[in-house]
Design a protein around this ligand. Structure first.
Ligand code: BTN
Length: 272
């Protein structure tokens, strides 16, 4: 894949009238775009600033996991957000952004994309129904950072998104659990443009955030439920075995454990 075309991206972004994505920092190689966005947040960086990299040497996922991506195959970016939301309304942001990412990616594949609570975009195509694992297409890592201008108590929120775009072959340990847009498309489908895809993602994330800021989570929850990858599946959440029963109006995962319904605020879900 060729280098990210910054002028082309900016032209398309401005044409779309999107408020996220500028200023843009494009890095051929960096440690982690989330780390770069955090540094910018501490230095007073603007809401909407975006960091894109072709390659990360220390890309990370949730729970300190390593995020694998071969150079220049995928879309790796972080957005610096300064939402004017009270602190208790920040934790659902991963779900809100996840919905925006799912919707945008759905316009680039015929596969049925679903949200695996709380931060993964997975493929739930009917032909995969017999398998217990729905392969992962994208992941989101949300981190908050206190900034010098956080006088009103609003921390900056860094939203990092990793999307498998052109990967054709994953390392052995990911082969059965990951997929890419390229692998999901028909062989003759036109190549995905990372610039166009990023503009689409930013617009979709911007829209989801605006809806959340204006109407709260109740506006978003019906769509989270509609695209829930876990509903009815047996899963393990931080070691606890149960059956996923949906998502409640606070964005918590509902898990039935030994006949009792539990609402899980945060955790890592494994297919079982
Ligand atoms: C996960 O699945 O646990 C979240 C993965 C998030 C990966 C992205 S890639 C761009 C940004 N920079 C990082 O270091 N992580 C996020």
């Amino acid at each position: 894949m060729s280098s990210f075309d910054v002028p082309l991206f900016l032209q398309q972004l401005r044409h779309a009238g999107c408020s996220l994505g500028e200023p843009l920092t494009y890095l051929q190689q960096t440690d982690s775009t989330n780390t770069q966005a955090k540094v910018a947040a501490r230095a007073g960086g603007a809401h909407g600033s975006c960091f894109v990299a072709d390659e990360q040497t220390a890309g990370r996922g949730r729970q300190g996991r390593h995020w694998h991506s071969d150079p220049a195959e995928n879309l790796l970016f972080s957005i610096l957000l300064k939402p004017t939301l009270p602190p208790q309304k920040l934790s659902p942001l991963t779900l809100v952004v996840g919905l925006g990412v799912r919707d945008a990616l759905s316009r680039h594949t015929h596969a049925k994309l679903e949200l695996k609570w709380p931060n993964d975009i997975v493929v739930g195509s009917p032909d995969l129904a017999g398998k217990s694992i729905k392969p992962k297409l994208a992941g989101i890592l949300t981190e908050s950072e206190l900034t010098s201008d956080a006088a009103a108590g609003h921390p900056a929120v860094i939203v990092g998104v990793g999307i498998n775009v052109l990967t054709r072959r994953f390392p052995d340990e990911l082969r059965d659990i990951a997929t890419s847009l390229k692998m999901l498309r028909k062989a003759d489908a036109h190549e995905v443009s990372r610039e166009e895809l990023l503009v689409d993602l930013l617009r979709s994330i911007e829209g989801a955030l605006a809806r959340y800021e204006e109407h709260g989570l109740r506006e978003i929850v019906p769509e989270l439920i509609q695209h829930d990858a876990l509903k009815g599946r047996q899963v393990r959440v931080d070691g606890k075995l149960g059956t996923a029963q949906g998502i409640d109006d606070q964005g918590q995962l509902l898990l039935k454990v030994d006949g009792q319904l539990e609402a899980i605020h945060s955790g890592t879900v494994e297919w079982s």
